[in-house]
Ligand binder design. Structure first.
Ligand SMILES: [Zn+2]
Length: 398
Protein backbone atom coordinates (compact mmCIF):
# COMPACT_ATOMS: atom_id res chain seq x y z
CA UNK A 1 0.00 0.00 0.00
CA UNK A 2 1.21 3.48 -0.95
CA UNK A 3 -0.57 6.64 0.20
CA UNK A 4 -0.85 9.90 -1.71
CA UNK A 5 -1.87 12.55 0.81
CA UNK A 6 -3.32 16.03 0.41
CA UNK A 7 -4.41 15.65 -3.21
CA UNK A 8 -6.86 18.08 -4.82
CA UNK A 9 -9.44 16.40 -7.06
CA UNK A 10 -11.09 18.11 -10.03
CA UNK A 11 -14.34 18.41 -8.06
CA UNK A 12 -12.58 20.41 -5.34
CA UNK A 13 -12.31 17.68 -2.71
CA UNK A 14 -9.03 17.34 -0.80
CA UNK A 15 -8.30 13.68 -0.28
CA UNK A 16 -5.80 11.03 0.71
CA UNK A 17 -5.58 8.13 -1.71
CA UNK A 18 -4.49 4.60 -0.91
CA UNK A 19 -2.97 2.55 -3.70
CA UNK A 20 -2.56 -1.20 -3.65
CA UNK A 21 -1.60 -3.68 -6.38
CA UNK A 22 -1.67 -0.97 -9.04
CA UNK A 23 -5.18 0.23 -8.29
CA UNK A 24 -6.82 2.89 -6.15
CA UNK A 25 -7.82 1.10 -2.94
CA UNK A 26 -9.27 4.00 -0.95
CA UNK A 27 -10.20 7.66 -1.19
CA UNK A 28 -10.63 9.48 2.14
CA UNK A 29 -10.98 13.09 3.18
CA UNK A 30 -7.48 14.51 3.61
CA UNK A 31 -5.93 13.51 6.94
CA UNK A 32 -9.02 11.48 7.94
CA UNK A 33 -7.27 8.14 7.81
CA UNK A 34 -4.02 7.02 9.37
CA UNK A 35 -1.48 5.53 7.06
CA UNK A 36 0.21 3.31 9.63
CA UNK A 37 3.56 2.50 8.14
CA UNK A 38 2.58 2.82 4.48
CA UNK A 39 4.98 4.75 2.24
CA UNK A 40 3.48 8.22 1.89
CA UNK A 41 3.86 10.92 -0.73
CA UNK A 42 2.55 14.35 0.31
CA UNK A 43 1.12 16.03 -2.81
CA UNK A 44 0.88 19.35 -0.94
CA UNK A 45 -2.49 20.24 -2.45
CA UNK A 46 -1.52 19.44 -6.05
CA UNK A 47 -4.29 18.68 -8.54
CA UNK A 48 -4.50 14.92 -9.16
CA UNK A 49 -5.86 13.76 -12.53
CA UNK A 50 -5.92 10.52 -14.54
CA UNK A 51 -2.88 9.84 -16.73
CA UNK A 52 -2.87 11.40 -20.18
CA UNK A 53 -3.66 9.17 -23.16
CA UNK A 54 -2.04 10.24 -26.43
CA UNK A 55 -4.51 8.89 -28.96
CA UNK A 56 -2.37 9.42 -32.06
CA UNK A 57 1.39 9.52 -32.29
CA UNK A 58 4.03 8.21 -34.71
CA UNK A 59 6.79 6.67 -32.57
CA UNK A 60 8.63 5.38 -35.65
CA UNK A 61 8.81 8.75 -37.40
CA UNK A 62 10.29 10.99 -34.70
CA UNK A 63 13.83 12.26 -35.27
CA UNK A 64 14.38 13.05 -31.58
CA UNK A 65 17.99 12.61 -30.56
CA UNK A 66 19.34 13.26 -34.06
CA UNK A 67 20.79 16.62 -35.12
CA UNK A 68 17.94 19.01 -35.97
CA UNK A 69 16.68 18.30 -39.47
CA UNK A 70 15.55 21.32 -41.52
CA UNK A 71 12.02 20.69 -42.82
CA UNK A 72 11.74 19.58 -46.47
CA UNK A 73 8.45 21.01 -47.71
CA UNK A 74 6.03 19.31 -50.09
CA UNK A 75 2.95 20.85 -51.70
CA UNK A 76 0.78 17.75 -51.40
CA UNK A 77 0.50 14.75 -49.07
CA UNK A 78 2.04 12.59 -51.83
CA UNK A 79 5.04 14.93 -52.14
CA UNK A 80 5.55 14.97 -48.40
CA UNK A 81 5.49 11.17 -48.34
CA UNK A 82 8.26 11.21 -50.97
CA UNK A 83 10.33 13.73 -48.92
CA UNK A 84 9.99 11.55 -45.84
CA UNK A 85 11.20 8.48 -47.75
CA UNK A 86 14.27 10.40 -48.97
CA UNK A 87 15.11 11.46 -45.44
CA UNK A 88 14.57 7.94 -44.10
CA UNK A 89 17.00 6.51 -46.68
CA UNK A 90 19.63 9.13 -45.86
CA UNK A 91 19.44 8.86 -42.09
CA UNK A 92 19.17 5.08 -41.64
CA UNK A 93 18.56 5.68 -37.94
CA UNK A 94 17.12 2.79 -35.93
CA UNK A 95 13.42 3.18 -35.13
CA UNK A 96 13.72 1.66 -31.65
CA UNK A 97 16.25 4.22 -30.40
CA UNK A 98 14.30 7.24 -31.63
CA UNK A 99 11.01 5.86 -30.31
CA UNK A 100 12.60 5.20 -26.92
CA UNK A 101 13.73 8.84 -26.73
CA UNK A 102 10.20 10.01 -27.39
CA UNK A 103 8.81 7.73 -24.68
CA UNK A 104 11.43 8.99 -22.24
CA UNK A 105 10.28 12.52 -23.06
CA UNK A 106 6.52 11.99 -22.69
CA UNK A 107 6.37 9.83 -19.56
CA UNK A 108 7.51 12.74 -17.33
CA UNK A 109 4.82 14.86 -19.05
CA UNK A 110 2.20 12.48 -17.72
CA UNK A 111 1.37 10.26 -20.69
CA UNK A 112 0.51 6.81 -19.37
CA UNK A 113 -0.93 5.26 -22.56
CA UNK A 114 -0.65 5.94 -26.28
CA UNK A 115 -1.70 4.75 -29.71
CA UNK A 116 1.12 4.83 -32.26
CA UNK A 117 0.73 4.37 -35.98
CA UNK A 118 3.69 2.58 -37.57
CA UNK A 119 4.56 2.82 -41.26
CA UNK A 120 4.05 -0.33 -43.29
CA UNK A 121 5.23 0.00 -46.90
CA UNK A 122 7.12 -2.06 -49.50
CA UNK A 123 10.42 -0.40 -48.57
CA UNK A 124 10.45 -0.85 -44.77
CA UNK A 125 8.07 -3.83 -44.71
CA UNK A 126 7.39 -4.78 -41.10
CA UNK A 127 10.76 -3.62 -39.73
CA UNK A 128 9.33 -0.56 -37.96
CA UNK A 129 6.59 -2.69 -36.43
CA UNK A 130 9.13 -5.24 -35.20
CA UNK A 131 11.21 -2.49 -33.56
CA UNK A 132 8.16 -1.07 -31.76
CA UNK A 133 6.96 -4.52 -30.69
CA UNK A 134 10.40 -5.09 -29.09
CA UNK A 135 10.24 -1.70 -27.38
CA UNK A 136 6.74 -2.44 -26.08
CA UNK A 137 8.06 -5.65 -24.48
CA UNK A 138 10.40 -3.68 -22.22
CA UNK A 139 8.24 -0.63 -21.59
CA UNK A 140 5.95 -0.58 -18.56
CA UNK A 141 5.72 3.18 -17.90
CA UNK A 142 3.28 3.63 -20.78
CA UNK A 143 0.80 1.27 -22.47
CA UNK A 144 1.38 1.13 -26.23
CA UNK A 145 -1.18 0.32 -28.95
CA UNK A 146 0.11 -0.10 -32.50
CA UNK A 147 -1.73 0.67 -35.75
CA UNK A 148 -0.41 -0.86 -38.99
CA UNK A 149 -0.33 2.31 -41.10
CA UNK A 150 -0.16 2.24 -44.93
CA UNK A 151 1.66 5.58 -45.28
CA UNK A 152 2.31 4.98 -48.99
CA UNK A 153 -1.21 3.85 -49.87
CA UNK A 154 -2.64 0.40 -50.50
CA UNK A 155 -4.14 0.21 -53.98
CA UNK A 156 -1.12 2.05 -55.46
CA UNK A 157 1.32 -0.23 -53.56
CA UNK A 158 -0.16 -3.70 -54.08
CA UNK A 159 2.11 -5.54 -51.62
CA UNK A 160 0.84 -3.38 -48.79
CA UNK A 161 -2.47 -5.23 -48.38
CA UNK A 162 -0.58 -8.45 -47.58
CA UNK A 163 1.87 -6.58 -45.36
CA UNK A 164 -0.98 -5.06 -43.34
CA UNK A 165 -2.51 -8.50 -42.89
CA UNK A 166 0.87 -9.88 -41.77
CA UNK A 167 1.35 -6.92 -39.40
CA UNK A 168 -1.84 -7.77 -37.53
CA UNK A 169 -0.76 -11.42 -37.41
CA UNK A 170 2.53 -10.36 -35.86
CA UNK A 171 1.10 -8.19 -33.10
CA UNK A 172 -0.17 -4.85 -34.42
CA UNK A 173 -3.43 -4.03 -32.62
CA UNK A 174 -5.35 -2.16 -35.32
CA UNK A 175 -5.49 -1.71 -39.07
CA UNK A 176 -4.78 1.78 -40.39
CA UNK A 177 -5.81 3.58 -43.55
CA UNK A 178 -4.99 6.76 -45.43
CA UNK A 179 -7.11 9.01 -47.65
CA UNK A 180 -8.91 6.36 -49.70
CA UNK A 181 -9.76 9.01 -52.30
CA UNK A 182 -6.81 11.40 -52.06
CA UNK A 183 -3.98 8.84 -52.02
CA UNK A 184 -5.42 5.68 -53.58
CA UNK A 185 -8.18 7.23 -55.71
CA UNK A 186 -10.20 4.11 -54.91
CA UNK A 187 -12.47 4.47 -51.91
CA UNK A 188 -14.22 1.09 -52.38
CA UNK A 189 -10.94 -0.73 -52.91
CA UNK A 190 -9.08 0.88 -50.01
CA UNK A 191 -11.88 0.50 -47.46
CA UNK A 192 -12.62 -3.01 -48.73
CA UNK A 193 -9.06 -4.14 -48.03
CA UNK A 194 -8.72 -2.67 -44.55
CA UNK A 195 -12.18 -3.69 -43.31
CA UNK A 196 -11.62 -7.26 -44.59
CA UNK A 197 -8.34 -7.49 -42.67
CA UNK A 198 -9.96 -6.04 -39.54
CA UNK A 199 -12.90 -8.48 -39.75
CA UNK A 200 -10.64 -11.48 -40.40
CA UNK A 201 -8.53 -10.73 -37.32
CA UNK A 202 -11.26 -9.24 -35.12
CA UNK A 203 -9.41 -5.95 -34.61
CA UNK A 204 -10.39 -2.29 -34.86
CA UNK A 205 -9.35 0.40 -37.34
CA UNK A 206 -7.89 3.90 -37.15
CA UNK A 207 -7.93 5.70 -40.50
CA UNK A 208 -6.05 8.93 -41.40
CA UNK A 209 -8.45 11.10 -43.40
CA UNK A 210 -7.32 14.46 -44.79
CA UNK A 211 -9.67 14.38 -47.80
CA UNK A 212 -11.60 17.68 -47.74
CA UNK A 213 -15.19 18.93 -47.69
CA UNK A 214 -18.13 16.90 -49.03
CA UNK A 215 -15.79 14.20 -50.41
CA UNK A 216 -14.26 13.64 -46.96
CA UNK A 217 -17.70 13.61 -45.32
CA UNK A 218 -18.96 11.08 -47.88
CA UNK A 219 -15.95 8.88 -47.01
CA UNK A 220 -16.76 9.28 -43.31
CA UNK A 221 -20.29 7.99 -43.99
CA UNK A 222 -18.87 5.08 -46.00
CA UNK A 223 -16.62 4.24 -43.05
CA UNK A 224 -19.58 4.44 -40.63
CA UNK A 225 -21.69 2.15 -42.88
CA UNK A 226 -18.89 -0.41 -43.17
CA UNK A 227 -18.34 -0.24 -39.39
CA UNK A 228 -21.97 -1.21 -38.78
CA UNK A 229 -21.88 -3.93 -41.45
CA UNK A 230 -18.66 -5.43 -40.05
CA UNK A 231 -19.94 -5.48 -36.45
CA UNK A 232 -17.12 -3.15 -35.41
CA UNK A 233 -19.28 -0.58 -33.62
CA UNK A 234 -17.15 1.35 -31.12
CA UNK A 235 -13.87 0.01 -32.50
CA UNK A 236 -13.21 2.38 -35.40
CA UNK A 237 -11.59 5.82 -35.28
CA UNK A 238 -10.88 8.38 -37.95
CA UNK A 239 -7.93 10.69 -37.42
CA UNK A 240 -8.02 14.35 -38.51
CA UNK A 241 -11.30 14.34 -40.47
CA UNK A 242 -10.70 17.96 -41.50
CA UNK A 243 -13.79 17.65 -43.72
CA UNK A 244 -16.10 17.96 -40.71
CA UNK A 245 -14.97 21.55 -40.28
CA UNK A 246 -15.63 22.61 -43.88
CA UNK A 247 -19.16 21.58 -44.88
CA UNK A 248 -22.64 23.06 -44.56
CA UNK A 249 -24.99 22.21 -41.69
CA UNK A 250 -26.90 19.56 -43.66
CA UNK A 251 -23.76 17.66 -44.67
CA UNK A 252 -22.33 17.99 -41.16
CA UNK A 253 -25.55 16.78 -39.52
CA UNK A 254 -25.88 13.69 -41.77
CA UNK A 255 -22.25 12.78 -41.21
CA UNK A 256 -22.24 13.34 -37.44
CA UNK A 257 -25.38 11.22 -37.11
CA UNK A 258 -23.77 8.37 -39.06
CA UNK A 259 -20.59 8.57 -36.94
CA UNK A 260 -22.58 8.58 -33.70
CA UNK A 261 -24.69 5.59 -34.77
CA UNK A 262 -21.61 3.49 -35.63
CA UNK A 263 -19.68 4.91 -32.64
CA UNK A 264 -16.86 5.98 -34.93
CA UNK A 265 -14.55 8.22 -32.88
CA UNK A 266 -12.80 11.29 -34.30
CA UNK A 267 -9.22 12.17 -33.37
CA UNK A 268 -7.97 15.74 -33.63
CA UNK A 269 -4.63 17.28 -32.77
CA UNK A 270 -5.90 20.85 -33.11
CA UNK A 271 -4.08 21.31 -36.43
CA UNK A 272 -2.68 24.52 -37.90
CA UNK A 273 -4.59 26.76 -40.33
CA UNK A 274 -6.76 24.06 -41.92
CA UNK A 275 -10.39 23.23 -41.14
CA UNK A 276 -10.75 20.99 -38.08
CA UNK A 277 -13.63 18.99 -36.61
CA UNK A 278 -15.87 21.28 -34.50
CA UNK A 279 -15.42 19.65 -31.09
CA UNK A 280 -18.48 20.93 -29.21
CA UNK A 281 -20.89 20.29 -32.12
CA UNK A 282 -19.65 16.74 -32.53
CA UNK A 283 -19.82 15.97 -28.82
CA UNK A 284 -23.35 17.44 -28.73
CA UNK A 285 -24.27 15.11 -31.64
CA UNK A 286 -23.05 12.12 -29.61
CA UNK A 287 -19.71 11.62 -31.38
CA UNK A 288 -16.67 10.71 -29.30
CA UNK A 289 -13.83 13.14 -30.01
CA UNK A 290 -10.34 12.46 -28.67
CA UNK A 291 -6.90 13.98 -28.95
CA UNK A 292 -3.41 13.04 -30.01
CA UNK A 293 -0.07 14.68 -30.73
CA UNK A 294 0.38 13.33 -34.26
CA UNK A 295 3.82 14.32 -35.57
CA UNK A 296 6.54 15.18 -33.06
CA UNK A 297 9.83 16.48 -34.46
CA UNK A 298 9.72 14.44 -37.66
CA UNK A 299 9.69 14.83 -41.44
CA UNK A 300 6.10 16.09 -41.27
CA UNK A 301 6.62 18.68 -38.56
CA UNK A 302 9.70 20.08 -36.83
CA UNK A 303 7.41 21.07 -33.92
CA UNK A 304 5.66 19.18 -31.13
CA UNK A 305 6.82 17.81 -27.81
CA UNK A 306 4.22 15.19 -26.86
CA UNK A 307 2.79 17.25 -23.98
CA UNK A 308 -0.93 16.37 -23.91
CA UNK A 309 -1.71 19.29 -21.60
CA UNK A 310 -0.25 21.61 -24.25
CA UNK A 311 -2.33 19.68 -26.82
CA UNK A 312 -5.49 20.45 -24.79
CA UNK A 313 -4.47 24.12 -24.83
CA UNK A 314 -3.91 24.06 -28.62
CA UNK A 315 -7.31 22.47 -29.22
CA UNK A 316 -8.92 25.04 -26.92
CA UNK A 317 -7.11 27.81 -28.83
CA UNK A 318 -8.24 26.53 -32.25
CA UNK A 319 -11.81 26.10 -31.03
CA UNK A 320 -11.94 29.53 -29.33
CA UNK A 321 -12.63 27.85 -25.98
CA UNK A 322 -12.57 30.24 -23.03
CA UNK A 323 -15.15 29.13 -20.42
CA UNK A 324 -13.99 26.69 -17.72
CA UNK A 325 -16.41 24.06 -19.02
CA UNK A 326 -14.86 24.29 -22.49
CA UNK A 327 -11.29 24.04 -21.18
CA UNK A 328 -12.46 21.00 -19.20
CA UNK A 329 -13.82 19.54 -22.45
CA UNK A 330 -10.44 20.06 -24.17
CA UNK A 331 -8.76 18.34 -21.21
CA UNK A 332 -11.27 15.49 -21.36
CA UNK A 333 -10.20 14.81 -24.97
CA UNK A 334 -6.68 14.03 -23.68
CA UNK A 335 -7.73 11.76 -20.80
CA UNK A 336 -11.17 10.16 -20.46
CA UNK A 337 -12.20 10.41 -24.12
CA UNK A 338 -8.84 9.20 -25.42
CA UNK A 339 -8.88 6.27 -23.03
CA UNK A 340 -12.39 5.39 -24.17
CA UNK A 341 -11.45 5.59 -27.84
CA UNK A 342 -8.52 3.25 -27.20
CA UNK A 343 -10.76 0.81 -25.34
CA UNK A 344 -8.93 1.35 -22.05
CA UNK A 345 -10.49 1.56 -18.59
CA UNK A 346 -11.40 5.21 -18.28
CA UNK A 347 -13.36 5.85 -15.17
CA UNK A 348 -11.04 8.41 -13.66
CA UNK A 349 -10.20 8.64 -10.00
CA UNK A 350 -12.39 6.20 -8.09
CA UNK A 351 -11.86 3.18 -5.85
CA UNK A 352 -10.92 0.22 -8.02
CA UNK A 353 -9.56 2.27 -10.93
CA UNK A 354 -6.08 1.61 -12.28
CA UNK A 355 -3.64 3.97 -10.56
CA UNK A 356 -2.43 5.83 -13.67
CA UNK A 357 -2.20 9.26 -12.10
CA UNK A 358 -0.64 12.67 -12.66
CA UNK A 359 -0.18 15.44 -10.07
CA UNK A 360 0.53 19.08 -10.86
CA UNK A 361 0.34 22.41 -9.07
CA UNK A 362 -3.00 23.85 -10.26
CA UNK A 363 -6.27 24.83 -8.58
CA UNK A 364 -8.53 23.36 -11.25
CA UNK A 365 -8.57 21.57 -14.61
CA UNK A 366 -9.20 24.89 -16.40
CA UNK A 367 -6.18 26.48 -14.71
CA UNK A 368 -4.04 23.45 -15.62
CA UNK A 369 -4.95 23.81 -19.33
CA UNK A 370 -4.22 27.54 -19.21
CA UNK A 371 -0.97 27.37 -17.23
CA UNK A 372 0.40 23.94 -18.24
CA UNK A 373 2.35 23.49 -15.00
CA UNK A 374 5.15 20.95 -14.53
CA UNK A 375 3.98 17.47 -13.63
CA UNK A 376 5.16 16.92 -10.04
CA UNK A 377 4.36 13.21 -10.03
CA UNK A 378 3.49 10.58 -12.63
CA UNK A 379 2.30 7.17 -11.53
CA UNK A 380 1.78 4.12 -13.77
CA UNK A 381 -0.19 1.26 -12.23
CA UNK A 382 0.74 2.49 -8.78
CA UNK A 383 4.48 2.91 -9.49
CA UNK A 384 6.05 6.35 -9.48
CA UNK A 385 7.66 6.58 -12.94
CA UNK A 386 8.54 10.30 -13.01
CA UNK A 387 8.83 13.23 -10.59
CA UNK A 388 9.20 16.93 -11.38
CA UNK A 389 9.90 16.28 -15.04
CA UNK A 390 12.50 13.57 -14.42
CA UNK A 391 11.99 10.03 -15.70
CA UNK A 392 12.59 7.45 -12.99
CA UNK A 393 11.67 4.23 -14.78
CA UNK A 394 10.65 3.34 -18.34
CA UNK A 395 10.63 -0.39 -17.89
CA UNK A 396 9.29 -1.63 -14.58
CA UNK A 397 8.05 -5.06 -13.69
CA UNK A 398 4.31 -5.46 -14.07
ZN1 LIG B 1 -0.79 10.70 -38.11
Amino acid sequence: MTRLTNALLADGRRVDIGISEGRIASIDSACAASSAGAPTIDLEGALLVPGFVDGHVHLDKTLLGLPFQPHRPGDSIAERIARERELRRELRSPVGERAKRLIDQIVPLGTTALRSHVDIDPEVGLSGLHALLRLRETTRAVDIQLVAFPQSGIMISPDVADLLDAAIGEGADLVGGLDPAGIDNDVEGHLGVIFRIAERHGVGLDIHLHDPGPLGCWELRQIAARTLAAGLVGRVAVSHAFALGAVDDGEFGRTAEALARAEVAIMTNGPGPVPMPPVRRLVAAGVRVFAGSDNIRDAWSPLGDGDMLARAMLIAYRQDFRADADLELAFDLTTRASAGALGLENDGIRVGAIADLVAMPAGSIAEAVAARPRRSLVMKRGRVVARDGVLLERGVEA
